[in-house]
Design a binder for this molecule. Structure first.
Ligand SMILES: Cc1cc2nc3c(=O)[nH]c(=O)nc-3n(C[C@H](O)[C@H](O)[C@H](O)COP(=O)(O)OP(=O)(O)OC[C@H]3O[C@@H](n4cnc5c(N)ncnc54)[C@H](O)[C@@H]3O)c2cc1C
Ligand code: FES
Ligand code: FES
Length: 307
């Protein structure tokens, strides 16, 4: 396997290829890029610290991976390498027609000022990408990070629970449009892999991203643990941070990032979970994937997961 070094990061937003590099600062979050650079202002924000859900977009982080709800106020835009991001505009809009989730919220009076609405919809859309028919309880639990200040939660849940497997009202005429594979017509919650031309070459070679950011910090994205130590050998370990979900800066605000930022989310070795007599969870496991692990393990008898 060959190793190449890149000084830009590529990803897609609503199917459009985007590329960022040294014009980006260590403080530039995905929400800023979406709203200011792409002028897609449908994605809202309020707290900018993962507490309100207004900024949620859906991101598929690898070939064929279903979308995950992502708080775009947390994620550095340079973390988005190879992501397929869908914003509320990509889901449906006035020109191309609205998505069934958007129609359902509107028809059921589940929005007033509308500031929170894109976040609810993208959160629900992401849940349905991962779980074709969630239960009403699962839907309710998945919304722990979404806040609405004016409509009230009852109409929102009432509308969205129509998509639940145990809902008395899951007979929406358009429900198939949520799940049907466009190629085969068979129920499927994954993306078609031929969307992934961005990735096919990279999958065959090891890529290290190294970007000198606008504010003179250096951003790395690595794929192996050894790469981290190689970087520290060169850069020194006086001023660096590993970046994963980038959420610790909420309880412990970072006024200025260290000189070296190393994105560790691409390190597969850190995403493994194994059981001996304990469940050992890799340090790179996302909360979304961890829930899947708990769900799976809890079927096996000796473990139980208390919701
Ligand atoms: C809305 C919200 C609510 C929260 N509530 C709670 C709470 O109730 N209780 C609580 O304890 N915390 C809470 N937190 C904090 C949260 O638990 C931590 O932010 C989170 O666990 C950090 O994970 P991360 O992937 O985002 O790490 P990051 O923020 O990316 O990194 C955090 C630190 O860990 C280091 N690091 C990252 N990956 C690795 C790795 N693989 N190996 C070694 N070091 C690594 C980084 O260098 C950095 O110093 C909350 C955060 C938010 C945003
Ligand atoms: S702006 Fe509130 S969660 Fe992102
Ligand atoms: S509709 Fe106004 S905050 Fe939810």
């Amino acid at each position: 396997m060959t190793t190449t070094t890149k000084d830009t990061v590529k990803f897609k937003v609503n199917g459009i290829e985007c590329e960022v590099g040294s014009e980006i600062s260590s403080q530039t979050k995905l929400i800023d890029y979406i709203r200011k650079t792409l002028n897609l202002s449908g994605t809202k924000y309020m707290c900018r610290e993962a507490g309100c859900g207004a900024c949620i977009v859906s991101a598929s982080k690898g070939p064929g991976e279903p979308g995950q709800a992502v708080n775009s106020c947390l994620v550095s835009v340079t973390s988005c390498q190879d992501w397929e991001i869908t914003t509320i505009e990509g889901l449906g809009n006035r020109k191309t027609g609205y998505h069934v989730l958007q129609e359902t919220l509107a028809e059921n009076n589940a929005t007033q000022c509308g500031h929170c609405t894109p976040g609810w919809i993208m959160s629900m859309y992401s849940l349905l990408q991962r779980k074709t028919l969630p239960t009403m309880r699962e839907i309710e639990q998945s919304f722990a990070s979404n806040v609405c200040r004016c409509t009230g939660y009852r109409p929102i849940f009432k509308a969205l629970k129509k998509f639940a497997s145990d809902s008395p009202q899951n007979d929406l005429p358009n429900i198939k449009e949520l799940y049907g594979c466009q190629q085969s017509g068979v129920a499927c919650n994954k993306k078609c892999s031929d969307d992934w031309c961005l990735l096919s070459k990279d999958a065959l070679e090891k890529t290290i991203v190294k970007i000198t950011l606008q504010d003179n910090r250096t951003w790395y994205k690595v794929s192996e643990i050894d790469d981290v130590f190689d970087i520290l050998d060169v850069e020194g370990d006086d001023s660096y941070i590993l970046v994963a979900g980038n959420s610790a800066r909420v309880p412990y605000p970072i006024q200025q990032y260290p000189r070296v930022l190393i994105d560790a989310t691409g390190i597969e070795e850190l995403k493994n979970c194994e059981i001996d007599q304990n469940l050992i969870i890799g340090a790179g496991t996302t909360l979304t994937n961890l829930l899947d692990v708990f769900e799976e393990i809890s079927k096996e008898g000796d473990f139980c997961w208390q919701h």
